[in-house]
Design a protein around this ligand. Sequence first.
Ligand SMILES: [Zn+2]
Length: 375
Amino acid sequence: MITDPWFLIAVVASFTGYAIYLAGLQRRLVEPNRASWLIWSSATLVEAFTYAAVNPGTPQSIVFMLSAAACVMIAVALWQRSRWSAPDLLEGICMGSSLAAILLWLVFREAFWAHMLVVAVVPVSFWPTWRSVWGDRARERSPAWGLWSIGDLATLMLATRTGGQDIGEYAYILVELACHASVWFMIGLGTVNPLRSFGWREGRLRVLDVYAPANPFAVRETHLGKAVFAAQPFGAGDEIVAFTGRRLPAERLPRRLIGQADRFVQIARDTYLGPSGGIDDLINHSCAPNAGLRFTGDTPVLVAIRDIAEGEEIAWDYSTTLADAQWRMTCTCGAPECRGIIAAFDTLPPDRQRWYLSRELVAPYLVPNRSDVAA
Ligand SMILES: [Zn+2]
């Protein structure tokens, strides 16, 4: 069995996955769900110790031990950087039922129903992770999910080749495969492509560079609807997020959206940036913003105007990219200096215009020639 290529593929894929996931966790590229990882580390620990008791010294028992160690390392790393808070209802139910199923299996190990109970709670253990990925797929954006799916597939191939497996064994492997692959699909299949995971950047080999950086944002509801909050501090001048999305000529802008067209950013006199589907769509306007849009390269990048503390809402002044004289939106940003209305850049008080211009936070097509700025 140990010389079977499927065994080797399963082991290599699974452990490469753990290594990448741990590296991502250290670098805050992923924001795993604590409830799911508590269940998974308990389950792999129980599995490893019971298997080792029955089959001591076999290669499989060593693999199970190492898997359990990796899961525990991830759970501990996760717990270390978390703040203590009570699990919410869903996390509580999922952890309670999963741990109860594992305990029942420990007691009634020989019973088929106990084995199938463990199979049935695999999706339950994934539920908190599915919920967090559904809310923000950047939380789990790691090639590890693809590698774990490949590892499950190899385990399945191995089971069919070695034979002698009962239906319960297949059920467990298939459910694991379906759950790992579901997360992989939810975060985007491109995340396992090694050519996008490794690369020569800025003169040296880098790993994981292509991902959206960690998830430094939290999306919460405010009186204005969805709003983006800093989940980590930003220093003045830090790049916060690049604004992406499809470029649309002005005449193709959906006119009936005016008034709530805040997901379209005017980047040139006749060009708008459409919604990207990402966090940049949700960042609100403020008349006293802590961030501004800078147009140095190809894509506009939101930068911090001043230090932004963790938990502060991130906002920028929509007028700094706006020339359309007809575009108007009532502002309820609540800042003491609120202008009451968001409109084209030239409607801003001249000193406010200069304030943005001197910080290079105005769309280039709105910038008057240099001598005017200095005045
Ligand atoms: Zn305002």
